[in-house]
Design a protein around this ligand. Sequence first.
Ligand SMILES: [Ca+2]
Ligand SMILES: [Ca+2]
Length: 109
Amino acid sequence: MAEVKLSITPIDRSPGNYKVEISGTGFEFAANKEARWKLMGDDPVSDNEIVDPHGSGVVAPDGTFNFTGNAIGENLDEDWGKDEIYAVVSIVGMGTTFDYESNRVSGHF
Ligand SMILES: [Ca+2]
Ligand SMILES: [Ca+2]
């Protein structure tokens, strides 16, 4: 089963900066296809897209991918109080676009 994992970790000695890692497994059906990723803020009414970072890459022949980006806390601060961030990975180039959501990462960014 296709699965996307998101992790957000503070960067040492760089206050307010975070390393974002998006990894996927089980994407054999999309081998060598393009995967575009973005981050979203989870909210009760409508989820907002995080402007940066975002990116794209290619799904490996074994159905995995691993993308990284840098985020500033200001962009991840999607909410008053605690923030809930998740990644959306879209597989393109297959006629239909397939979207996959990751786990939620909570924090005070
Ligand atoms: Ca929220
Ligand atoms: Ca916040």
